[in-house]
Design a protein around this ligand. Structure first.
Ligand code: GRF
Length: 308
């Protein structure tokens, strides 16, 4: 935490008090309590942004550009100024992730590793599977991650219903759901309960080679058989159907003339691990923004003006 962070909770003793800060902060928040009439963020006495409680102000200016940032308040109240990673109470917290798998779970493992290494500002708090004996579920148990079975079946009578799953995920205080090779359709109850909070990874460049029946090697066989020269993973938000939600990120890999489905799958999978970790990193740092037409974009961490 830099200089800005250190003034959290500073009590401003009088109206229009001004605090000078020299900081390399990227963003700050004004959060006021009680009946403060308004707050503003200033730079060399120019007002950059104002907040009327209980709203917040977030500035996304990078680097040391704002040496001399200040907070000005129109009444004597407590004001908090925080650094970019503290832009709201929620964003200071590590995000809580649920991962859904039906198979080996290599994407799950890649994301789990990234959380352990501190690359992702979040933790996998629960694993959901329809196949309690799959590799992903075993890995979860080995790593003390609770496993929830959904949906139940004759062979898995311990499985929960859709409504119970929503309640369970709420109990775990899950922020985001990450589908990583989960083969069942996500029920509407879940989609509605976690709007804009469910991601999936698919091993082709959607909207091509997606939808019901396009999973596993079938996807890569279809890509090769079509003559497409490029393929690659797509990360997208999840709606009520298979593979139709808005696209958030893609990676391109070549389809070679003598590729087998297995070879192409391996090439795509290695990109999946990278792109999914990158996307989840952005997600956990609140760097997803929604364009007016409903397309999600990622805000660059290094340059907050850059969206991709
Ligand atoms: C991946 O190819 C993913 O794109 C698809 O299912 C596969 C899961 O692989 N949705 P893994 O279980 O993560 O290894």
């Amino acid at each position: 935490m830099d200089a800005l962070g250190s003034i959290i909770g500073t009590r401003l003793p009088s109206p229009t008090n001004f605090i000078n800060m020299s900081s390399r902060c990227m963003a700050i928040r004004l959060a006021s309590q009680d009946n403060l009439s308004h707050c503003s963020v200033t730079y060399r006495r120019h007002i950059l942004a104002k907040a009327s409680p209980p709203s917040k102000v977030v500035l996304q200016k990078a680097g040391s550009k704002y040496q001399g940032l200040g907070c000005r308040c129109s009444a004597s109240e407590t004001v908090s100024c925080m650094t970019n990673d503290d832009t709201s109470q929620k964003s200071t917290q590590r995000k809580r992730l649920a991962v859904f798998v039906s198979g080996g779970g290599s994407n799950f493992k890649a994301i789990h590793e990234a959380t352990k290494q501190g690359l992702v500002h979040g933790d996998i708090t629960v694993l959901v599977t329809d196949k309690p004996g799959c590799g992903g579920a075993e890995y979860a148990r080995d790593n003390q991650i609770p496993v929830v079975i959904f949906p139940g079946s004759k062979s898995s009578p311990d499985g929960v219903s859709a409504a119970e799953l929503v309640a369970t995920l709420r109990k775990f205080e899950v922020d985001f759901l990450l589908l990583a090779g989960y083969l069942k359709l996500i029920p509407i109850e879940l989609v509605q309960a976690f709007r804009r909070s469910i991601l999936n990874i698919h091993p082709s460049l959607l909207p091509a080679f997606g939808g019901k029946g396009f999973y596993g090697l079938k996807v890569h066989e279809a890509v090769i058989g079509s003559g497409a020269r490029y393929s690659g993973p797509t990360v997208h938000f999840v709606d009520e159907q298979y593979d139709t939600g808005r696209i958030l990120a893609q990676r391109v890999v070549p389809v070679l003339t003598d590729d087998t489905a297995e070879q192409l799958a391996a090439r795509v999978l290695s990109q999946e691990h990278q792109v999914y970790v990158e996307v989840v990193t952005a997600l956990c740092e609140d760097r997803i923004v929604w364009r007016d037409d409903g397309v999600p974009l990622i805000r660059s961490r290094d340059n907050s003006d850059k969206l991709y």
